[in-house]
Ligand binder design. Structure first.
Ligand code: NDP
Length: 240
């Protein structure tokens, strides 16, 4: 049976790799994005994957788009909550707007997408939700109280929702990536990045495809006994 999957932030970086990997598993994939139309168009042309533009921090937009996609494709079986942003700064410099925006998109997006998809998955007796957290939600990071709080919240959200889905064939898991070579990490100053890489035991940044392989496993039938877990994929940088 063809599974229907939405990957939020699915047109760039880690999300792009996840969209392609799920398509290669035979899923019908819809890659969501929010602002970068040129990249989304190029992605769609090169992969043949449909894109859909909305802000995952917008509750109504998530409800409406998931309902539309489920109606068009017959179901919505897999949601990968990958969309995320950073608005870094020490607490002293961080504005309330920067706090709110990161919470609204990174954590609020997971709530909005789950509200839009979880009931249908439970009714159909099969579903997969994978939330992309972060090593910085596990370990904290200087200058990221907003991002670390949102990502840490994702890990708690995952464990709580997993308990509501377990009896109904719906698993909810998280992946906590370490530092991956995407646009988000390219924004980190080179001197800071050098120090980060020096602390990664495998000696390099991760690749988006390495996160995508974890998502593919968690979305498979073989992972039916895995729920409420956080898979750390970080080159050994943080172990607990
Ligand atoms: P990128 O910045 O490369 O891509 C982010 C994606 O999210 C883009 O597709 C972007 O869309 C989309 N997006 C941003 N805001 C919204 C929104 N409000 N609604 C819908 N889509 C949105 O990020 P990465 O690939 O690096 O990161 C992906 C996820 O992995 C994030 O959650 C990030 O926090 C997490 N992560 C990344 C790590 C890394 O080292 N890269 C490490 C740990 C976690 P558009 O193209 O339209 O802007």
């Amino acid at each position: 049976m063809t599974r229907v999957a939405i990957v939020t932030g699915g047109t760039r970086g880690i999300g792009e790799a996840i969209s392609i990997a799920l398509k290669n598993q035979g899923c019908t994939v819809i890659a969501n994005y929010c602002g970068n139309d040129d990249k989304a168009k190029a992605f769609s042309i090169s992969t043949g994957i449909a894109t859909a533009k909305w802000d995952v921090g917008d509750h109504e937009a998530c409800i409406d788009n998931c309902a539309r996609i489920a109606a068009e494709h017959g179901s919505l079986d897999i949601v990968v909550n990958n969309a995320g942003v950073t608005r870094d700064g020490t607490l002293a410099r961080m504005s309330f707007e920067d706090w709110n925006e990161v919470m609204r998109i990174n954590l609020g997006g997971c709530f909005n997408m789950a509200k839009a998809s979880f009931t249908g998955m439970r009714e159909r007796g099969w579903g997969r939700i994978v939330n992309i957290g972060s090593i910085n939600g596990q370990a904290g990071q200087y200058g990221q109280v907003n991002y670390a709080a949102a990502k840490s919240g994702i890990h708690g959200f995952t464990k709580a929702l997993a308990q509501e889905g377990a009896k109904f064939g719906v698993t909810v898991n998280a992946i906590a990536p370490g530092y991956i070579d995407t646009d988000m990490v390219a924004a980190v100053p080179p001197a800071v990045l050098e120090k980060i890489v020096a602390k990664i035991p495998v000696g390099r940044l991760g690749h988006a495809s390495e996160i995508a392989r974890g998502v593919v496993f968690l979305c498979s039938d073989n992972a039916g006994f895995v729920t409420g877990s956080t898979m750390s994929i970080n080159g050994g940088q943080h172990m607990y």
